[in-house]
Design a protein around this ligand. Structure first.
Ligand code: CA
Length: 226
């Protein structure tokens, strides 16, 4: 079981970053596509669990991206949530029967879109959404993004949340820094392995405010929970 992977295809940088930030804060791994053509390439390269797709895109339009993905057997099952600027477009999309799994009209409330994302992911990846992971007195709810230790709520940043979530999926497993980079930051982003140590440090600081340090440093290998 890995972190759900969302591909976001949106050409407007500000909207893309706000949305990516919110998806990451929900604990998802996020890839970003800037136009339709790049989006289609990323689907093949990364096999995401869900796609959030803007209707108005340069090069290949969102509607065409959706049509192509829904025609191909290997990508047909990936849920697609279309974003469109006006409700008339939504009607048009429905009329064209592109096979999008859901539609959200801009401007949308982020919480609403996140709820739609969860609904679609629950359908295709039921084990990764809405699950509560427990390790000793630590509880992590992947749906509400809440983490508690000894009944006290902890405030974790998105990266620390994903680190803890990865650890809690497999307590005792030793993760190398490179494996954590892949799982938590994503393969396509260049991050120095020392960044992992920095975020492990932050995670430990938060966790140890309410108990013993559950994160074990394995010399020459990496980190493990317990
Ligand atoms: Ca657009």
């Amino acid at each position: 079981m890995s972190t759900p992977h969302v591909l976001l295809i949106e050409d407007e940088p500000a909207q893309r970053e706000v949305l990516a930030y919110n998806l990451e804060a929900e604990g998802y791994r996020v890839s970003r596509g800037e136009d339709g053509e790049q989006g289609l390439l990323l689907v093949d390269e990364e096999a995401p669990d869900l796609i959030v797709l803007d209707w108005m895109l340069p090069s290949v339009s969102g509607i065409e991206v959706c049509r192509q993905l829904k025609m191909r057997p290997e990508t047909r099952a990936i849920p697609i949530i279309m974003l469109s600027a006006r409700s008339e477009e939504v009607d048009k999309v429905r009329g064209l029967e592109t096979g999008a799994d859901d539609y959200v009209v801009k401007p949308y409330a982020v919480a609403e879109l996140m709820a739609r994302v969860r609904t679609q992911l629950r359908r295709v990846r039921p084990s990764t959404v809405g699950q509560v992971l427990e390790y000793e007195d630590i509880r992590l709810d992947s749906e509400t993004h809440r983490v508690t230790r000894a009944e006290t709520e902890l405030k974790l940043g998105p990266t620390e949340f994903r680190l803890l979530s990865t650890f809690m999926e497999k307590p005792g497993r030793v993760w190398s820094r490179e494996q954590l980079l892949d799982r938590v930051w994503g393969r396509d982003i260049y991050v120095d392995t020392r960044t992992v140590d920095v975020h492990i440090g932050r995670l430990r600081k938060i966790l140890t405010a309410h108990g013993d340090d559950p994160v074990r440093t394995v010399r020459g290998a990496g980190y493990a929970l317990g």
